[in-house]
Design a protein around this ligand. Sequence first.
Ligand code: FRU
Length: 562
Amino acid sequence: LPVEEAAPEATVNVLVNNKADQSFQVRLAVNRIDYLVPFALEQYKGKTVTFDIHTGNSRTNVRDAMADACWKELKLSDTFDDANREVFRPFYHHTPVYGWMNDPNGMFYKDGEYHLYYQYNPYGSMWGNMNWGHSSSKDLISWQHHPVAIQPNGLGAVFSGSSVVDKDNTAGFGKDAIIAIYTSAGASQIQSLAYSLDNGMTFHVYENNPIIAADKECRDPNMFWDADNGRWVMSLAHALDHEMLFFTSPDLKEWTLQGSFGKGIGAQDGVWECPDLFRLKVDGSGEEKWVLVCNINPGGPFGGSATQYFTGDFDGKTFIADTDAEGVIPTKWMDYGKDHYATVSWSDVPDNRRVLIGWMSNWQYAGEVPTMQYRSANTLPREAGLFRAPDGQLYLSSSPVAELAALRDKPSVSVRNKPAGGNGRNFPLPGSNGGACEILLDIDSRKAGSVDITISNNDGESVILSYDAKAHKLSFDRRRSGLTDFSQDFPTVTTAPTFETDGKLSLRIFIDRSSIEVFGNGGKTVMTNLVFPTVPYSSVSVSAKGGNARIENLKIYPIKEL
Ligand code: FRU
């Protein structure tokens, strides 16, 4: 099917042996063809398939519609060329092979494999036709791509949700069945169940859906087994009311509303979406606390979408947030970049690890970023922790998962104990694999007021990370990082608290072809930002203002292919 992204959506009704089978939207090319998307016919072998196509333009007659560019290139084919055509496609981040992706969904771990589903449009690189795309990985680095797992069905498009392994067969679909609950988005948003008896490869839609019909805009159900109370708990975003609802169930099918949290609390300048609720140990103590993740769009700290969270307690029915010294519930952000959204965690990961992944984009410009064959990548997977900051509050840390160390090749730069002053010190970045690398930098800034870490290329494009040791802040300036003019919301400076008191910063900076993720001081400071340099960044320099800083340790690891 030939697509033109600027064309209006046409509706394609697929009739099989003259009976309606499915229907989808596609921006069929009118003036020019941007790319092709496939529609698989194999599923209909031996049957007669008719396509009833309604073009998106209001045409006065069929002859006008027949002039559209799509008809000349619409073709039958035994193959689909999915070889990468994108210079900005990440080298080591998860992307769909083609088509649009937003939220990560329904992630679970079973038998050594991490399953990752995602909001997916197979018929173009713009949002639409929400399906659950599916990938899996044994190491959270290399992803294998699988066929779509859940397709739009009778109740509407398949929006975000979660999955669990039903170890005790509470739902009655079988021991260790995978139970997914997602939002069916049709005329209103209702919650549906689907189960899988083959470890998440294919799903059967439950015949008594919907299982919850709460209110028009309720979505993104997220479940876990509450061992303390011997039942399932679901958090559900009551999007327009800016709150999360909590339901409980003995069997994943019958749900009872128990409580809610959020009205008038935290950031409120956007819809609340994609909740997650989990318990974590506080670093360095035996204490355990709960974290409620409330993604919000817009209303993030730098505009558009972002991941807000609260720390507190969960009494089996509702969430009770921690307050600060003044008795106010503070707004906390999981990542201080612009490109981190819809972040949720995997269920059933062993060793009490809480592994999360986010969609590495922002609703302000996700549809305009300069790629076409696919749109959007996911962040690197991160492991969550809780720490108490100098202000007495608990905060979430997000560290790159330990598995990512396997990506490191021999360091191309390794330096210890070097002063860095006003003129700065320059180091080359690796040229292999589109410049993909990890930079490890421990810097002592006690004698300097601030330190600039500049990542640049030969086209004069750069990203500047500025550490203000007095204000305990780290900023990320991507205003001159490369292509930025596809959206006025893209060129920005994002700023994060560093939570240290000693003027020292330990950074891990992950550069891929179109993203930079910065983790400071063991994941206490995190910034994820997209960048589109016209040629890969090729050097990093460290300079200081107000006195010399000391580079205690610098290592640059080229990223290798696994
Ligand atoms: C968040 C979101 C969800 C919804 C999904 C639809 O980005 O708006 O609330 O389920 O995207 O694709």
